[in-house]
Every structure is written in C-alpha cells, then in structure tokens.
Design a protein around this ligand. Structure first.
Ligand SMILES: [Zn+2]
Length: 321
C-alpha cells in the first residue's frame, strides 16, 4: 500500500464482511486491530503478515480502534504470541479487559432499549441468543499502553495523533498522521456504507439511552475539518475525498430524518413500527442495527423540537410536533 502501511483484510462472520487490519512497518512493528477470534481469521492474519515479510511473533505493538469484536477478538492471541504491547484509548480499557462481563451488560442494556421501543419479546429473545453465540468471536485482552484523546503516539518514523470520535461505538478512536496527511479512521468513516450509530451502554455508567447518531454527527464534523488526503477505514477500500463523503453522509441522515418526520406525521409510531415502515420485514440479526438507525434520527427530530415522545403501554411512541 502506501507509507509503509499495509492492509490485511480478515474474514468475519458478520454481514459487514471482511475487516481491515493494518500493518505499519515502523519501529515498533505495529498492527492496527487484529480481527475476530477464530481459527480462520487467525490463519489469514498470520499468512497476511508473513506475505509482507514479517512474522506474527515480530509484532511489537497492537493498537485497538474500538470495542467491536470483529476488530478486537484476536488482540490477546497476537499479544500472547508476540509479546506485543496493546494500546487502547482510556475509555475502552474496562471493556477490553473485562470483555465477557461488559458484553453481557451491553446485551442487557440493549434488551431494555429494544423492549422500550416496541420490539416484540420473541425477537428480543432471539437476538439475545444470536448475540451470545457471537460472543466467542471476541476475547478479553490486557491493555498495556493507555492512550488519551489528543495525545501523540510516537513511532520511529511517524507520529500518530490519537482522537476519540465516539458515535459508531463509545470508544471509536482514529489515528492521524499529519505529516503524511493520512488518517486511520476505523469504523468511524467507511467508504461503501454509512457507519451504524449503534446505541451502546454508556461508558460512564449512566443508564440513559445515549443519542448515538447525535454524538456520531458531532464526531464527523470534527473529522471533516481535518486536512487529510487518504483515509484508511476499518472495512472496504481507502477513501480519497473524505469531505465529499462526509457531506454525503450528512445529507443521507437529513433525508432519513425527514422521511421519519413524515411517517410520524401520519400517525404516532414506535421506533420498531418506523423501522418496519422504512424497511419492511427486518431480519432478526438486523433488528438492533435498524432500531439504532431509527432512534438516532428520531433524536435529531426530538432535539429540533419536531417530534415528541409519548408512551403507549410502556412503549415509547413518537409523534410529530
Ligand atoms: Zn465497529
């Protein structure tokens, strides 16, 4: 690839397809993310690193971009094989180090959000089962190097500025090489699909449903201001014009909010009913993603005073204001 950074695309069991892991040929030899915890993924990672003329045992630093298991699952195994340091932003550390417990708490939080927003109990139950089955694709890891928002991660030949950009997850971290005008964006900015603003249990222990899309759009504003020529994302191909892409994302989210405003103008609807009106019958595995999408846009309307939340039999229902 370019600037001593190489992409290794690792298979995942998820709808998103392969995940990009980046090998940075520098000192320390650095891996950005590691892929999900599976034999196939491990084999492909090992092979990918070897094809670049290194061995997995040579890796000295693994940098984690966020808490999702398609990026995190193999971190511990790579660190164990190589003795590499593991770096992650401070807000991600409790999740990474207590993965199973934290994932279980996330699932419980998600169940509450789903029931509150009208997803039928059988769907919620099925999705919990799916989530538990997927849990083995993640694994805990020890973080040996805690990163802070705004700090500089120094390698021999480059400096990576660390920025917390929550929204897709609460722990999204991007790495900016100012000198090379290059950004490792992870899932904060993807070229071929818009990043899901997944509603996730807040890292500060609060019980309230976070406004993930609102947070995400604020993060995206900050990234739009960055001067970069090349963005290397967590899935899919490199991005060359991040401002145009970000503007397209802003337009997409505005259009979707308008559509939802029309739907709740016709009649009050729960978020689940809105999702069905938008996308028809939704696969169980996509129920939480689509719910997060809908609630994100409902939040935009609520914050603008264009929607109101009322309650119907314990379910949140939204009406146009
Ligand atoms: Zn992700």
């Amino acid at each position: 690839m370019s600037h001593g950074i190489h992409r290794i695309a690792i298979p995942t069991p998820f709808a998103v397809g392969r995940v990009n892991v980046y090998l940075i040929e520098d000192d320390p030899l650095t891996l950005v993310d590691a892929g999900p915890n599976s034999g196939t993924s491990f084999d492909e990672l090992t092979k990918g690193v070897r094809e670049l003329g290194h061995s997995l045992e040579d890796i000295e630093l693994v940098v984690l971009t966020h808490q999702h298991i398609d990026h995190l699952g193999l971190v511990a195994l790579v660190a164990e094989r190589s003795g590499a340091d593991v770096a992650a932003i401070d807000v991600a550390v409790p999740f990474v180090e207590n993965y199973s417990e934290e994932a279980a708490k996330d699932d419980a939080f998600a169940r509450g959000v789903m029931l509150r927003n009208g997803i039928p109990e059988d769907v919620v139950g099925a999705l919990s089962a799916v989530s538990q089955a997927f849990r083995a694709w993640g694994a805990r890891a020890d973080v040996t190097r805690v990163l802070r928002d705004g700090e500089a991660l120094e390698l021999r030949d480059r400096t990576l500025h660390v920025h917390h950009r929550p929204g897709h997850s609460p722990t999204d971290t991007i790495f900016h090489d100012r000198e090379r005008r290059l950004l490792l964006s992870a899932d904060h900015l993807l070229g071929h699909i818009s990043s899901n603003p997944l509603i996730t249990r807040p890292t500060d222990g609060s019980e309230e449903r976070p406004q993930a899309l609102v947070t995400y759009l604020r993060s995206l504003e900050q990234t739009r201001e960055m001067d970069v020529d090349l963005v290397l994302p967590g899935h899919g191909d490199p991005i060359h014009d991040h401002r145009t892409l970000i503007d397209e994302r802003f337009a997409l989210h505005r259009r979707r909010a308008e559509k939802i405003h029309r739907l709740i103008g016709e009649q009050p609807r729960s978020a689940y009913e809105i999702a069905q009106a938008l996308w028809g019958n939704i696969a169980v595995t996509q129920a939480y993603l689509t719910l997060s999408e809908v609630l994100g846009h409902v939040d935009l309307l609520l914050n603008d005073g264009r929607a109101r939340e009322v309650e119907r039999d314990g379910v949140a229902v939204f009406e146009a204001a």
